[in-house]
Design a protein. Structure first.
Length: 109
């Protein structure tokens, strides 16, 4: 069953900030990164349970999962999400080297 995916505002801001940072260095690289993010989001819509628990899972009462995706250069990015009924909510998008999220950085609705 394909679920509806909602990207929450903080995740949108995260993704835009990463895209902008990459775009300053490589416009084509930024477009490829965006495509990788969209592809990963499409994959979790089909089967979110295939993704492992996020390191931050114990910070909030709901189950937090993460999906990882890589750029052509091999850098790993991740998005933290939760499943609410038939909806997948993408909460945050993180770049390489960013520390795990703190409790106050996680909004689940």
């Amino acid at each position: 069953m394909t679920r509806q995916v909602t990207i929450l505002p903080r995740a949108e801001r995260d993704a835009q900030a990463i895209f902008d940072w990459i775009f300053e260095r490589s416009p084509e690289g930024a477009r490829r990164w965006w495509n990788a993010l969209e592809g990963a989001i499409g994959a979790i819509a089909a089967n979110p349970q295939r993704c492992g628990l996020a390191p931050e899972d114990d910070l909030v009462p709901c189950e937090l999962r993460q999906f990882l995706f890589k750029t052509r250069r091999g850098r790993t990015y991740r998005a933290v999400f939760t499943v609410v009924g038939t909806e997948v909510r993408v909460l945050r998008v993180r770049g390489p080297g960013q520390p795990p999220l703190e409790r106050e950085e996680i909004e689940t609705d």
